[in-house]
Design a protein around this ligand. Sequence first.
Ligand SMILES: Cc1ncc(C[n+]2csc(CCOP(=O)(O)OP(=O)(O)O)c2C)c(N)n1
Ligand SMILES: [Mg+2]
Length: 322
Amino acid sequence: MTITEALAPHLPYLRRYARALTGSQSSGDAYVRAALTALLAGKSDLARDLPPRVALYRLFTKIWNSVAVNDNRATEGVLPGEQKLAHITPLPRQAFLLVALEGYEKKVEEAKGDKKAAEKAAMIAPQIADDEAPANYYRALKDVAAWMPKNAFLSAEGAGTMDIGLTQLPSFSARSCLNAGTYGTMGVGLGQAIAACIVHPDQPVIHLSGDSAIGFSGMEMETLVRYNLPAKIVVLNNGGIGPGMPQIPENPMFNLKPNALIWGARYDRVMEAFGGKGFLVEDPKDLRGALDEAMNFRGPALVNVVISQGSARKTQEFGWHS
Ligand SMILES: Cc1ncc(C[n+]2csc(CCOP(=O)(O)OP(=O)(O)O)c2C)c(N)n1
Ligand SMILES: [Mg+2]
């Protein structure tokens, strides 16, 4: 594609922008002409790392900011809005028009968003790579993410488990992710997993649950077994609503943290007691194997993953989010 072919579709927009910026079509066109002439004469170059439209606007901006091609003031055919614009000094006027007319703010915001996402990914990368037992949330979820089939329904329930899980687990199609939502309604988990199994019997259903969350809806494992609904449950077991305590202390009535549960409690055995299949995973190296076995089992299965009590979500921007 020649440079003229690449730029041609963007010229009407550039002319519109130039008119709004300069206050008249003839003045605007004079700047557009000056920019194109500089380009074709090889005096200016288009930035190659930018999309053609953005590169063209950048080149135009350089010309507009550096050369007085002709009188900048509005001369003919001026609309009332444009007269007001003429009162805004050149730089804010450019910014205003790029945002209002050309939708550039979104691109700037998108670029900022990409940078932020990259910073966050770098922040959690060491945790994802950490194979130490017991696993941290991110390391455990790495295997769950890689194991989840693309057409799976994901149901999620818990605090850290659900919040971190929803950032780490993929969702490939609309309306395939069910969770306890903004209000954190504990108890919906297995009910929604059962609903997904019934409505979409041909698609895998994964239920991700905290160990406290499974206490709210775990008895529905019996329903799964009764109807042979092959949901696969993954429990992230940190011994509490958030991290509990490594052991039940003496005189727990006074010495146990109120958010604590039994760390490593055998939710997998509860599943087995009903007639499903259960797995206990204490070392992240064994996790993928257990997940695969659970998937190959033709009925409901639960993988009970003991995770570190020191594991937490990454530092949040606001303390009250942590
Ligand atoms: C009906 C109801 N009761 C209590 C709560 C308070 N609550 C919020 S999250 C949560 C459980 C979180 O613990 P867990 O499922 O173990 O996830 P973790 O944060 O430990 O990963 C509870 C009890 C709630 N949101 N809804
Ligand atoms: Mg927990």
